[in-house]
Design a protein around this ligand. Structure first.
Ligand code: 6PG
Length: 259
């Protein structure tokens, strides 16, 4: 049974971050199994921030997940070496990749040789996406099984910031940004066309500091980056702890009972 149908947003709440990780484990394990059954692999994109830790806490020890079939991209990445403390890859490696058997060639990082030229790094990432999603004789639009997103206190997601011209991007799958208000300033990021074509998109947000922004994103209409995440045919879910959910007035579900 699908969790919900396209067009709806489901908000799952959890008493604390430990429970949230439990919910994420269940959700991701199920989608991974579905993806592998459907097309022999599971294409997932990760974000930075608190997400890798929250995601991996329980999932990394889940024996039912066939990580050997995972194909991993980053919804956004900072233009820094892969062993730099700001690297989203390094964070995900420390939290997840070091514990599970995702084949190295299935983990798609920013090309470390191009980090001094964000435009070229974004172009290169587009080529990687094209190669992953191509069929035998044609280039196909990237359709991820799951894209996991975080949200900033200003409503940004990926490295798509409020009022930035990249919010209008309709052609390029991945773009460079050199003036990110959240440091470091130089990054590459998926654009909305890719985010909104995923089968499933899920936001993960925790902590009191997210209360006001979550209320704004989920209970009002607007054009904050997180509000522009509207999967065309896919599903949209939110995984939030009670602290972050305190001011949400839209319908929420207790994640531990629903998932
Ligand atoms: C990044 C992230 C960014 C992040 C949000 C939320 O590389 O900076 O991908 O989009 O997901 O800023 O971060 P927190 O989860 O730390 O609040």
């Amino acid at each position: 049974m699908p969790l919900h149908t396209a067009g709806q947003t489901q908000i799952y709440t959890f008493p604390d971050t430990a429970a949230l990780s439990q919910g994420l484990d269940k959700y991701v394990a199920r989608l991974s199994e579905e993806g592998i059954k459907r097309h022999g692999k599971f294409a997932i994109a990760l974000s930075g921030g608190s997400l890798p830790k929250q995601l991996s806490a329980i999932l990394k020890d889940n024996p039912s997940v066939d990580f050997s079939k995972w194909i991993v991209y980053f919804a956004d990445e900072r233009c820094v070496p892969l062993d730099h403390e700001d690297s989203n890859y390094l964070l995900a490696k420390k939290e997840l990749f070091d514990f599970v058997n995702i084949p190295e060639e299935n983990i798609h990082t920013i090309n470390p040789e191009l980090i001094h030229n964000p435009e070229e790094a974004a172009e290169d990432y587009i080529s990687q996406l094209a190669a992953t999603f191509a069929t035998k004789d044609s280039v196909r639009f990237p359709v991820f099984d799951l894209i996991l997103l975080g949200v900033g206190p200003d409503g940004h997601t990926c490295s798509l910031f409020p009022g930035h011209e990249l919010l209008q991007e309709t052609v390029d799958w991945c773009a460079a940004i050199t003036d990110s208000p959240k440091p470091p300033p130089r990054r590459i990021t998926f654009t909305f066309p890719v985010v909104n074509h995923a089968h499933h998109v899920a936001f993960v947000a925790a902590g009191e500091g997210k209360q006001d922004m979550l209320h704004r994103i989920l209970d009002t209409h607007g054009d904050l980056p997180a509000q522009l995440v509207k999967p065309v045919t896919g599903t949209l879910s939110w995984f939030v702890d009670d602290a972050a959910a305190a001011k949400i007035t839209s319908t929420t579900h207790k994640g531990l009972e629903r998932l």
